[in-house]
Design a binder for this molecule. Structure first.
Ligand code: NIG
Ligand code: FE
Length: 415
């Protein structure tokens, strides 16, 4: 038989084969490893997964063979929470934090998200596109094959649409899949700082309907936190988003435990993200409603904080946990899911197996793509990484450089 591409001699082929739902509890430890494995690809899909011996015999007439040379082969990383569209980077704030100022203090004195808003408003769609393209190419270099990308640095109808158009074009032109999220409730723009109700009104009755009309985003996100959108404001905004047909993601309980996790459950969010200070009740409520916990340890690391999310308690309670970079100019300028896996293992005591599941199949489910990507199974997209590693345990252990050797997206080598 003929395949377009046959990858052979994977010392460990991490298939992640398993049930058709987000992985929880002990299923977060099952990587479905085939020793000396192989994958056969036709067009953009996986058509077979088995031992090298079997697939070499079965597909003896393949167009292209890649020898993985006894290395690790695994699904491409899925990064389900990023903010890659912005003008200027904010390393000055990083330096201020080293010297002792906090993220909230910096944002309240004119820096933070508001400084990125000034940048986006004053920059053309083309220039924003070029800047984001370069950042996303770095993510691809680090093994990301599917990405969620948020707006949220425009905060006017016009500039939010500009950001979402940039994301749409990036998805069309770059070789990976990019899922857009509307984040108009990321902050209150400076011109509405004393008239928050008016901004909420514009958000709910102008921006959100317009973005649905233009079909620029299926997901709506919000920064629920004491210094931005409180619980009552968040509830109103998210219920309106639902009414308009958006699916919900949330920045919840990052800095203070104000009940963001509970609200995520109440509104039936797909995911609640950050959760560094989420309460036991919040975790229980998320479990009851099947909300996926997306943990962002890179942000806590980069903010120099200690409040890493309680991943162990969450996994033991039965939550499906995913990981993301939170790539953004302020709180986390990290484009590598590999480094996030190292942090997840070291700082949140996730096992390597759990961190890999969280960065692939569970992240895929959080984007509604669990049936298409996130594992190496027949019928799924051929999004595959060949890793320069002798074992999968090497992934968190060897940090600070890139373990990815080859990136395959939709059956094509893109790196
Ligand atoms: O996820 N928390 C809100 N948004 C980003 C930070 C954005 C920024 O500081 O520019 C985050 O950490
Ligand atoms: Fe974020």
């Amino acid at each position: 038989m003929k395949a377009d591409l046959l990858i052979i001699n994977a010392k460990e082929l991490l298939t992640l084969a398993g049930s058709n739902n987000p992985r929880t509890k002990s299923k977060m430890s099952d990587l479905g490893i085939i020793n000396n494995g192989a994958v056969a690809v036709k067009n953009d899909k996986i058509i077979d997964v088995d031992s090298t011996e079997k697939l070499i015999n079965k597909y003896n007439n393949s167009s292209k063979i890649i020898d993985a040379n006894n290395e690790v082969v695994m699904p491409g990383f899925v990064d389900p929470h990023t903010h890659p569209v912005f003008k200027q980077t904010r390393e000055n704030e990083f330096e201020m934090r080293i010297k002792g100022r906090s993220y909230v203090e910096i944002s309240q004195s004119g820096g933070g998200i508001r400084s990125s808003i000034r940048g986006v408003r004053n920059t053309s769609e083309n220039e924003l596109y070029k800047l984001a393209e370069k950042r996303i190419n770095n993510m691809i270099f680090n093994g990301t094959t599917t990405l969620e990308a948020k707006s949220g640095y425009g905060l006017s109808t016009e500039s939010e649409i500009k950001m979402l158009k940039v994301i749409k074009k990036l998805n069309e032109n770059l070789p990976i899949d990019i899922i857009p999220t509307f984040l108009g409730a990321h902050e209150f723009p400076i011109e509405y700082k004393d008239n928050k109700e008016e901004y909420i009104n514009i958000l709910m009755n102008e921006m959100m309907p317009r973005i649905r009309e233009l079909d620029l985003a299926d997901y709506c996100d919000i920064f629920t936190e004491d210094h931005v959108y409180n619980i009552e404001q968040s509830r109103r905004i998210l219920n309106r988003a639902k009414e308009l047909g958006f699916k919900i993601r949330m920045h919840a309980d990052e800095i203070k435990p104000i009940g963001g996790a509970e609200l995520a459950a109440e509104v039936g969010a797909v995911s609640a993200d950050h959760l560094g200070t989420a309460s036991d009740e919040g975790i229980k409520a998320m479990l009851n409603k099947g909300v996926i916990a997306i943990l962002l340890p890179g942000t806590i690391f980069s903010l120099g904080m200690k409040s890493y999310a309680r991943a162990r308690d969450m996994i033991e309670a039965g939550l499906a946990v995913a990981l993301a970079t939170d790539y953004n100019p302020g709180s986390c300028n990290c484009d590598s899911m590999q480094f996030i896996i190292t942090l997840a293992c070291l700082q949140m005591k996730m096992t390597t197996e759990e961190a890999i599941i969280a960065s692939t199949i569970n992240a895929a489910y959080s984007l509604g793509l669990g049936d298409k990507i996130g594992s190496l199974e027949i019928g799924k997209k051929a999004d595959i990484l060949i890793m320069d590693m002798p074992s999968y345990q090497y992934l968190p252990y060897h940090f600070g450089s890139n373990n990815v050797e080859t990136v395959i997206k939709n059956g094509k080598i893109i790196r």
